[in-house]
Design a protein around this ligand. Sequence first.
Ligand SMILES: Cc1ccc2c(c1)c1c3c(c(C)cc1n2CCCN)C(=O)NC3=O
Length: 269
Amino acid sequence: MAQIKLQNVEDYYEIGEVLGSGHFGQVRAVLERASGVRWAGKFLKLRRSASSRLGLERKSVEREVEILQSLQHANVMALRDVFESRAEVVLIVELISGGELFDFIAEKESLSEEEAIEFLKQILKGVGFMHTKNIAHFDLKPENIMLADKMMPHPHIKIIDFGLAHRLKQGEEYRSLSGTPQYIAPEVINYEPLSEAADMWLSGLSPFQGDNDEETLKNIVGMIYEFEEIYFNQTSAMAKDFIEKLLVKDPIERMTANECLVHPWIKPL
Ligand SMILES: Cc1ccc2c(c1)c1c3c(c(C)cc1n2CCCN)C(=O)NC3=O
């Protein structure tokens, strides 16, 4: 992928409808003029001055670009092009039109453990791949797990939004309080040095869910959780064993993505 193009993105892409927005800015559908191919454009506003609170720091955008450039994997959103003009950077990324996994599951009558395992395997392959490159996502949550095309019999998972991702270096401590309260690992809440293990802290139906963020965070740090019967009464013992091996407070003891892929629930003997 070429470096950052200092041209106007609209010279090459027709900008379409807003697909979503978040802490980073907006994601819009875009149409590549030369080929007629549809992509997604992630429009990031840069800070205009060091004192400004609005917009993203240039180095965090450059970090996201560098990380995406080094991640080519079937289960990771692909970066196609980067444009910068005035105080805006536009990441041209693959259009993932199947929507969020969360919504796909919500729309189904029910989800069998076999179907859940198929999705989980793809997520673990994508996460395992980025972890072999010492890249941690640090914002894995249902909203960031999307489906390439939900009409397929076995929809293809795509992990998106590497805005908080970090390339971890041996001997360098990295701490951050960023993330989403409902899904962040105890070591993030305690502002301890972070590793790829923070991505393995179970996200999904959070058994720590409190009435508010403060209560949720206390539950996580206190490891106060329960498999509420109404949600987990159909869950096999093997599945609960898998979950319990991820809900381990000590990140060193927590299962890694590759260990998950050979757990008997995922890979029966
Ligand atoms: C069809 C559709 C609808 C909403 C989309 C996207 C695509 C989308 C996409 C991306 C991101 C980072 C966010 C996106 N959002 C925002 C919601 C993501 N949780 C992306 O990287 N490619 C997308 O297609």
